[in-house]
Design a protein around this ligand. Structure first.
Ligand code: SAH
Ligand code: SF4
Ligand code: F3S
Length: 474
């Protein structure tokens, strides 16, 4: 069949035949392991890969010593790539002992031609490679790798490589195997058009494409019907969602879906974050009181060089408005330390901004050169040791602010969604609306449901509390 997704279901059925043969020959089902690197988008894609593997008849496992292993890779910073190469070495060891094992790679790193060259040259034990734009074709590629084996039973069998430069396609209704039964991310859009000068994502994820609102609403309704309680709308910049309606309207429509659940979204780019969006957040009871608004730097000069297209003044105005509208809002952010040409003065302005905003949590990154991006050609005179010192300094400043935030929450009562066992004996781990981890003693059966908890003490990684009810009110 030529039409998607029917074509892919056809190949899933073909794969199932192959799996049945495997089972007949070996007396057991083949196992498959999906390992995710990178962001929530990748985690979401991995759920699609798992869904297809499951449909094909594989038994899913977390153990990488499996019959089929796929790494869904990330390339946003160089250390993400290095981890993949390291882990591939381990897989090769497993494969030597299990010659039937198949190894596949997909995800953002595969969209870089230099990576493919390196894999072809030095990692010839890999069976299948595809990219971010044709992940919907996974069943077809998996089947091709079985056929490849049949066709090449004499001599060296080759790697199947299928990478596309870009796509305007969105294929709906493929199987998914969601990681949790109570919380899930869902894509509202794919790709990014922003080209921040340090960032490789637009090159590996392609141009922006938005899903149709009716497809999104149908998916959310389905999840709510299945009992999901926490749904995160995913996009590199959800504020540029354009599926006929814009993001604030979409958010309102999702909020209007009947049921007891909460809505999160990420990521919101400050240049497109509007008062209208913040008003909608404040008005919609299901939208969580958490805003991840990555600032990247507190220096207007650096923001300009980063091509972020907002100023710190505009950012701080947004933050002030958001806090006025939602006093219980939790703000988090991403910051890059050591962007090419960043001076001590620029960095000082970042520290000042962090002190002023008082984030609940910060995700901090040392600048990493990504080939193909604009910033690669910028002069970068600050030595790495100096950048590391600044990085430490930022961690210390935020460490105190984060502690202060956690302390200030003692005595509050939150509605939390219980996720499962906590760190301590008999403890449950949960998250409040603000996305802060809350641990409290309670029965394991609460997993997957809302509860009301009073905060009794604070640690730097979590709030500790006691159960006060199985909470309706927020
Ligand atoms: N779309 C999101 C971010 C996706 S990448 C946004 O625009 O906010 C997640 C974070 O990784 C970015 O916010 C940035 O802080 C960091 N990052 C991206 N490229 C980087 C690089 N080359 N070096 C260091 N950090 C980087
Ligand atoms: Fe990268 Fe900027 Fe796009 Fe975020 S908005 S993915 S940082 S280019
Ligand atoms: Fe990494 Fe790709 Fe996400 S590069 S951060 S997995 S979009």
């Amino acid at each position: 069949p030529a039409e998607e997704p029917i074509r892919q279901y056809y190949f899933m059925a073909k794969c199932r035949e192959w799996v049945r043969n495997f089972e007949r020959e070996k007396g057991r089902f083949p196992t498959a392991c999906v390992t995710t690197f990178g962001c929530q988008m990748n985690a979401r894609d991995s759920e699609k890969l798992s869904g297809i593997l499951e449909q094909a008849g594989y038994r899913l496992t977390e153990d990488e010593n499996a019959d089929f292993v796929i790494f869904n890779t990330c390339t946003v910073r160089d250390n993400a790539n290095q981890r993949v190469y390291g882990r591939l070495g381990e897989l090769n060891g497993y494969k030597r002992r299990n010659p039937d094992m198949k190894i596949a790679l997909c995800g953002c790193m595969m969209q870089e031609p230099a990576v493919i060259e390196k894999l072809k040259k030095s990692y010839s034990f890999i069976d299948l490679i595809f990219g971010t734009h044709n992940i919907y074709k996974f069943a077809e590629l998996l089947y091709a790798s079985f056929r490849q084996e049949e066709m090449c039973s004499f001599g060296q069998k080759g790697m199947i490589i299928d990478i596309w430069k870009d796509t305007d396609k969105i294929v709906e209704d493929l199987p998914v195997e969601r990681k949790y039964p109570f919380k899930s991310g869902i894509n509202i859009m794919f790709g990014c058009n922003n080209f921040c000068s340090y960032c490789i994502v637009p090159y590996v994820r392609g141009r922006e494409r938005s899903r149709r609102p009716e497809d999104i609403l149908r998916e959310v309704e389905g999840l709510v019907g299945e009992g999901y309680k926490d749904i995160t709308l995913l996009g590199q910049n959800v504020n540029s969602y354009d599926g006929g309606v814009r993001f604030p309207e979409l958010l309102q429509r999702i909020d209007a879906i009947p049921g007891d659940f909460r809505i999160r979204f990420m990521t919101s780019h400050p240049k497109d974050c509007t008062q209208e969006l913040l008003d909608v957040m404040a008005r919609c009871p299901k939208v969580a009181r958490h805003l991840h608004l990555p600032v990247q730097s507190g220096s207007d000069r650096v923001l300009g060089e980063m091509n972020r297209r907002y100023t710190t003044a505009k950012y701080l105005d947004l933050v002030a408005y958001a806090k006025k509208k939602m006093p219980d809002l939790s703000l988090t952010s991403d910051i890059i330390v050591g962007f090419p040409g960043e001076t001590r003065e620029d960095f000082q302005q970042t520290l000042d901004l962090v002190r002023e905003v008082k984030y609940t949590a910060l995700y901090t990154f040392l600048y990493s050169r990504r080939s193909g991006t604009k910033a690669v050609s910028f002069p970068d005179p600050v030595p790495p040791e100096e950048k590391s010192r600044w990085f430490q300094e930022l961690l210390e400043v935020q460490g105190k602010i984060g502690e202060g935030y956690m302390e200030s929450q003692v005595g509050s009562i939150f509605r939390v969604l219980v996720e499962g066992p906590g760190k301590g004996e008999g403890m449950l781990a949960s998250r409040n609306d603000q996305n802060v981890i809350v641990e409290f003693p309670g029965p394991a059966e609460l997993a997957g449901s809302f509860a009301q908890v009073e905060i009794t003490s604070a640690k730097n990684w979590a709030l500790m509390g006691r159960l006060t009810g199985q909470g309706e009110a927020r």
